[in-house]
Design a protein. Sequence first.
Length: 376
Amino acid sequence: MNRWAAVMIAVVMLLILSGNNAKAFDKTLEDRVAALEKQGTAELGFLKGITLSGFVDTSYTYNFNRPDSGTNTLRVFDTKDNSFELDLVELVFEKKSDEGVGFRTDLNFGHTAQILGLATRGSNDDDFEFQQAYLTYKAMGVDWMVGKFVTLHGAEVIEAPSNHNISRSFLFGYAIPFTHTGIMGTKPVGDAVDIKFGVVNGWDNTTDNNRAKTGHLGIGYHPSDLFAITVNGMYGAEKDNDTADKRKLMDVVATIKPIKNLTLLLNYDLGSEDKLAPGGKDAKWSGFSGVVRYDLTDRLGISLRGEAFNDRDGVRTGTDQDLWESTCTVSYMLRENLIVRGEYRHDDSNEEVFEDEGGNLKDSQDTLALEMTYSF
């Protein structure tokens, strides 16, 4: 065998050996990738079934009183005059389970989150708030919620896209709480009735301010898509370090759809608290609101709201007064999930409580507002 033949044989052998090694390496690499994928699937298995939703809400409000403080008196979330606001960015992570454990977490960012933080913690330094964070579990035919959740009272909600108007009613801001922390159960009775019951720390407090708990009991009747009514009540001590004096609340909400494209939303609230009024008397407040919503087309709708709120002892608004408001909101869907709304609102009181230009007070307030909301 000459020298060149020997070299050729050696090269061929090297190529065969390197090919076998490459195949072995490829197989080892495939095995490692498969193992990593299996490990990753196991580690990320808890994400299965979790959904993400939410919305972005922005607005502008103009107050014709031109208050020196730049604050719209007695408003709930639309508190700033002549200001563009990032009202609320909400991210909702939720996992539903018919038999096992589920959860929901609502993360809030923006101006509304500051106001919720002020109500819950007494501080509005942050523009972030855990609006809701609770576990769900179904047992004994009852759907349970344990943690922090929004109140069951009222016809309106915190989320802008779910309301018929831009601004919230006086009832939403002053007659009822925003959130609770505790446990709540819902028991269906047939197809048209459900009963709600639970125990919570109180009104808008994640940590209880006394040794007593607040009880909740409610019933809902929804025989068809044309009519539904709920009656909810709460009873418990809400004063700091005081378990004797009790706060009571009854809330009634009815939804009626008499004809196509027309919705009527009615809300009545009656509340009281022991020995909270001046002179040690029991304090009382009450109010009624009604919303008429009519969809002119699939994209265009108009909502009219009127309400009266009586804070006869001044414990909810800070002034013994009767309040009225009338609101007209026009909404238009620019594209799917993108809605723009315009609103005119007039507020009245039998007392001079609304700030005017120059720091003076008057008995009325008028505002214009624009809002754009994108849901996903």
